[in-house]
Design a protein around this ligand. Structure first.
Ligand code: NAG
Ligand code: NAG
Ligand code: NAG
Ligand code: NAG
Ligand code: NAG
Ligand code: NAG
Ligand code: NAG
Ligand code: NAG
Length: 694
């Protein structure tokens, strides 16, 4: 109870402090006279000097800069909304935006590069140059973090799935075939953005080498040196500051002499920056990832970081420690398609996949709305800004609309779906082959989606089928009928070998399908966690103790062009006769300008949703996430099509909402006041209406 008062006092204290300082120092006219970022830092046309980290702070073009940055990833935001989100970041008082670069999207097949000029499902998200240019147009500097490993709750930490085709692959190490692929990618990426360095009239002031490398067990300094050299070879020399970011508990494992060391943390500023100062006494302190919120796995509750804790920590970083910050995230966005990542865990099923939303309880919500944290962060940014900047306008939030509910109109059965899979995605084999090793996509294998191992075998009631481990989510069908398997939710299993006593009406030939969903590759961990082929990976696949041979393998990639081209849809005349897995489709009309909306999937079980053919991500009854965000630019005036692949139990209706539901709140244990360790639960959050995301 003392806790609540403590938090409110903290927030009020900060706000009073801000109000006090602001009222004394400035008025509107004075605001108007303040400079914009580029006006201030680059108004000498000759000899622009890049960012340097000196004992008394960062200097850009010789002038002191306190970096106030927000993380925002172009690949998680519809490109039509990049400018909207960047304007909102600058209006918070920030001077910088930070982004990662997802190698897996930019090189979807080995040797095929996509910088927004491809025809892949995510191509429209990939014009990284344009994103950086818009950031500059919106008066923001850029911290650039191309990895190539980026963690970020993104499939395989941004590494391409086809790296798994090499059984000896050791990512993030000095393994030569890995280095070769990194070089090929960076040889494309770096020339593409080299002229966007600050010293060459662009926005990039600093570049990160690798990512939290100190947390990796198999560290190789040679690998870090290799990455550094690639930048230097491409003209990123001393014009641009190089840095690494790590939990300071890892010491200097993840960095090299001469690189700026920055820290990643959520609380305990004094402990974190104290350690950072010990490691690096003569440099300014910076939180490269101050975790302003957190992400969710399926089966958990929705994580939030209370505004009180946010204010305490941010105030400590910027005020007491006079440090620089990158809010991770300022705006999280969405893991569209199959892009969400996963973590390993210590107990069964040793694996936790991430939800579709990357709202992150960030200052700007998934749909771009201002939250309490936004206002609190704005007050602190304005209080500690160096240099003081001309304020920019907080543009209005988007309109949200709950479109009228619609009934599903047509469907394709499981057999219909399989019959429309092209022959280039169907294979025969004697032993199961993993997704990545299928001879498809110009020998880059199958990256994402589902895979079916089918055998047409002679068996009778009670025959023992033993299979697994499945990577990641297995379903068993006999003659296209989904079988109860006695595991989670009675119908599926994860990551283990299982026995089934098959249940059939008569002995004879039956079609046995093991349908496996790749629910995401792990994005954080040690070297053994980065071996993660999907499907059946050298696993067990047996009938009555004998290996099954003569396997048909069907890759169900659910690529946009295929989904759009599906035909022979049948009208739904009797909902109760629909059997999952099933594809369902309907259309709905939008008469006015399309608006942001949220699809409420709480009456459904598990699957994926396509809006006009674009995969907006997974839904799952396990929660916490209940609604899927549909940004307005995915909709159009006129007729819109929604397609749903439901794995278990289809609902008959689509319900739109004008507010998100990311699920019940996770009891968060972050301390608000160091003296008070008792605060737990969401009482405070709800009573102060502190989050907009619930
Ligand atoms: C350069 O920036 C300084 C500091 O903001 C300002 O006083 C000066 O007017 C600027 N000069 C030009 C040419 O914009
Ligand atoms: C896209 O542009 C990059 C960089 O210019 C180029 O290497 C690549 O081949 C292009 N990709 C396509 C699909 O045209
Ligand atoms: C960068 O390196 C060049 C060549 O070594 C040197 O002339 C220049 O002064 C350096 N610039 C900075 C900002 O250190
Ligand atoms: C499945 O059954 C077979 C045959 O009875 C047995 O050898 C095997 O250990 C069982 N596997 C599991 C995972 O229980
Ligand atoms: C199949 O076997 C199970 C378990 O032994 C039994 O309960 C079921 O009735 C059998 N079904 C048929 C069609 O024989
Ligand atoms: C499959 O597993 C066996 C036994 O562990 C091993 O000898 C073999 O190399 C593995 N094959 C592949 C392709 O991983
Ligand atoms: C729908 O199908 C179920 C199951 O076959 C049947 O019992 C029911 O009568 C059907 N309803 C209509 C309206 O046809
Ligand atoms: C929280 O929101 C509810 C509903 O909008 C409102 O009635 C209540 O006064 C708010 N509480 C606080 C502390 O702002």
């Amino acid at each position: 109870m003392g806790s609540k008062i403590c938090v409110l006092l903290t927030i009020c204290g900060i706000l009073l402090g801000v109000a006090h300082l602001n009222s004394g120092k400035m008025d509107k006219q004075a605001d108007e006279d303040l400079p914009m970022v580029y006006e201030y830092f680059r108004n000498s046309s000759s000899n622009v000097v890049g960012l340097v980290a000196e004992a008394d702070g960062f200097k850009l073009n010789g002038k002191k800069l306190k970096i106030m940055s927000g993380a925002m990833h172009y690949f998680r935001i519809h490109p039509d909304l990049w400018r909207d989100r960047l304007k909102k970041l600058r209006a918070m008082g920030a001077n910088t935006v930070e982004t990662y670069v997802p190698w897996n999207l930019h090189e979807p097949k080995m040797g095929e590069f996509d910088f927004g000029n491809g025809t892949n499902d995510m191509s429209m998200f990939l014009d990284v140059r344009r994103y950086l240019q818009i950031a500059q147009e919106e008066d923001l500097l850029v911290l650039f973090r191309p990895g190539p490993y980026i963690c970020t709750e993104w499939d395989f930490g941004g590494l391409p799935s086809w790296l798994q085709r090499d059984p000896e692959m050791k990512v993030r190490t000095n393994y030569q075939p890995y280095l070769d692929r990194v070089k090929i990618f960076f040889d494309k990426l770096l020339p593409h953005v080299a002229d966007l360095q600050f010293t060459r009239n662009g926005p990039i002031i600093a570049i990160q080498i690798e990512n939290e490398y100190g947390s990796f067990n198999a560290v190789s300094k040679e690998y870090l040196e290799f990455l550094l050299k690639l930048y230097v070879d491409h003209g990123f020399t001393n014009e641009t500051l190089f840095f690494t970011s790590d939990g300071v508990g890892n010491g200097d494992r993840g960095t090299l002499p001469g690189l700026l060391y920055t820290a990643n943390f959520q609380g305990d500023v004094d402990g974190q920056f104290g350690k950072l100062k010990e490691l690096q006494p003569d440099k300014p302190v910076m939180a490269m990832e101050y975790w302003a919120g957190w992400f969710d796995h399926w089966f958990e509750n929705h994580h939030v970081l209370r505004p009180g804790a946010f204010v305490d920590t941010l105030d400590g970083i910027l005020g007491k420690w006079d440090g620089s910050v990158n809010l991770y995230m300022f705006h999280g966005g969405t893991n569209f398609g199959f892009m969400a990542g996963a973590n390993t865990r210590g107990d069964a099923p040793f694996y936790d996949a991430d939800v579709t939303s990357y709202d992150y309880d960030a200052p700007l919500s998934e749909a771009g709305d201002y939250t309490t944290k936004y206002s609190l962060g704005k007050s602190l940014f304005e209080l500690y800004q160096e240099p003081r900047l001309k304020p920019t306008e907080m543009i209005p939030e988007s309109v949200k609309r709950a479109y009228p509910s619609v009934n599903l109109q047509e469907y394709l059965t499981y057999d219909d779906i399989i019959s429309q899979v092209p022959t280039t995605a169907k294979f025969t084999a004697q032993r199961p082959i993993s997704m990545e090793n299928l001879p498809m996509n110009d020998d880059s294998g199958q990256s994402y989606g589902y895979i079916i191992y089918r055998s047409n075998a002679e068996f009778s009631n009670g025959t023992n089928f033993e299979a697994g481990p499945v990577r990641d989510f297995g379903m068993l069908l006999i003659d296209s009928q989904l079988q109860p398997t006695g595991f989670q939710d009675d119908k599926y299993w994860i990551n283990a070998i299982q026995n089934f006593s098959l249940s059939v009406g008569s002995a004879g030939n039956h079609v046995l399908d093991l349908l496996i969903e790749n629910t995401a590759r792990v994005n954080f961990g040690n070297d053994n966690h980065f071996l993660q082929e999907k499907g059946l990976v050298n696993g067990t696949y047996k009938l009555n103790g004998n290996d099954i041979s003569d396997i048909e393998i069907i890759a169900l990639e659910f690529k946009s062009a295929w989904v759009k081209g599906l035909s022979d849809w049948k009208p739904i005349t009797n909902q109760t006769t629909l059997q999952a897995p099933v594809l369902l489709q309907t259309t709905f009309e939008i008469t006015e300008e399309p608006a942001d909306t949220f699809l409420d999937m709480s009456a459904w079980h598990k699957g994926i949703v396509f809006i006009n053919g674009f995969n907006i991500g997974r839904y799952f009854r396990a929660g916490p996430q209940q609604t899927l965000y549909i940004p307005a630019p995915l909709l159009k005036q006129g007729t819109n099509t929604v397609t749903i692949f439901e794995q278990f139990e289809p609902s008959n209706q689509l319900i739109f909402k004008d507010v998100p539901n990311l699920g019940p709140l996770k009891k968060d244990t972050w301390k608000i006041c160091k003296a008070d360790e008792e605060i737990k639960g969401n009482e405070l959050i709800e009573s102060s209406n502190a989050t907009s995301t619930n």
